[in-house]
Design a protein around this ligand. Structure first.
Ligand SMILES: Nc1ncnc2c1ncn2[C@@H]1O[C@H](COP(=O)(O)OP(=O)(O)OP(=O)(O)O)[C@@H](O)[C@H]1O
Ligand SMILES: [Mg+2]
Length: 289
């Protein structure tokens, strides 16, 4: 890219920055693997975009980053290239289906803890440019907790915790809350029960889970909702298109639409929003400790 093009790109990005945008950072996590986080992340992003929210998705699934596979795209750059090659965040921000903007993970996140001070500073400096650019920054992470993902969840405005109704998935989800809560009792958890056979099952599972967290950890969590077990999801994975785009009328997509409506309504009443700046502040403090 020549200097003129770089200048134009910068002007364009600046013109897209709005101080009205809160750049709320939302991480997606689970205890057990394979419960549907990545599919949820993409389709949730698309459903938020339909509500005219500016969304940026970041793939931070260590070593296994595969959002691009689910979208059938081949990213030109990864997050790690941004740090190593000192690229601007705008040049690693890729476009997926329906204009979904995302930053591919590659294997970079693993090295984040071992960055030189200067590299780390550069990473945070670029990430901060999303302030005012995005309304919502969705961060997909791997299953369970690693040192890195833990810090990421601890720094976010909201954590969407996914589980399926299976007892093993529920037990692992509980462990995740227990660990994170012990480090920061003020975290905001939103529980999603994925792959339910009936809506009633989702409500039952979520209510029992909420009660257990309340009585054993003395912690309030929000029940965000349930998503049906729907063959459209697997079909969309095979087509490498997010289910929300491939099958917009499917039961899973309608559930996502409903979740997005509720999430956006909740955003407006959110009092204290730390946004990307707060995320960076917390994250850098945790990295130093
Ligand atoms: N609502 C659903 N209905 C039916 N199948 C689903 C649903 N959600 C997820 N799946 C199935 O689960 C598989 C795993 O989903 P996904 O890759 O999103 O999980 P993940 O939690 O991101 O996994 P990992 O922990 O490995 O990152 C999908 O390929 C799909 O077949
Ligand atoms: Mg995943």
């Amino acid at each position: 890219m020549n200097q003129d093009q770089a200048y134009q790109l910068r002007q364009l990005s600046n013109s897209l920055v709005s101080h009205e945008r809160t750049s709320r950072v939302v991480t997606i996590c689970s205890g057990k693997g394979g419960v549907g986080k990545s599919n949820f992340t993409l389709s949730f992003a698309l459903s938020l975009m339909e509500l005219r929210k500016k969304v940026v998705v970041i793939d931070l699934d260590i070593g296994m980053a595969n959002l691009d596979i689910l979208m059938g795209t081949t990213p030109k750059h990864h997050l790690w290239d941004m740090i190593r090659e000192r690229k601007s965040i705008w040049s690693v921000l890729e476009k997926g289906p329906s204009g979904l903007e995302y930053i591919a993970g590659g294997s970079g996140f693993q090295q984040l803890l071992h960055l030189q001070d200067e590299e780390r500073q550069y990473f945070f400096q670029e990430l901060e440019k999303l302030h005012g650019y995005a309304d919502i920054i969705l961060i997909d992470t791997g299953a369970g907790l690693t040192v890195e993902s833990q810090q990421c969840h601890l720094s976010a405005d909201d954590i969407i915790l996914l589980t399926t109704p299976e007892p093993t998935a529920i037990a692992d989800a509980y462990s995740v809350i227990k660990i994170l809560h012990s480090q920061n009792p003020a975290l905001s958890f939103h529980l999603v029960v994925n792959r339910v056979s009936r809506q009633k099952e989702g409500i039952e599972v979520a209510s029992k889970f909420k009660l257990a967290v309340q009585s054993f950890l003395n912690k309030e969590i929000k029940i965000f909702g349930a998503i049906p077990d729907d063959s459209a999801v697997m079909q969309a994975v095979l087509k490498q298109v997010p289910f929300y785009s491939a099958f917009p009328r499917s039961a899973a997509s309608l559930a996502l639409k409903n979740l997005a409506d509720r999430f956006v309504a909740g955003t407006q009443v959110q009092q204290e929003n730390k946004g990307i700046k707060g995320f960076i502040r917390n994250f850098s403090r945790l990295l130093r400790s």
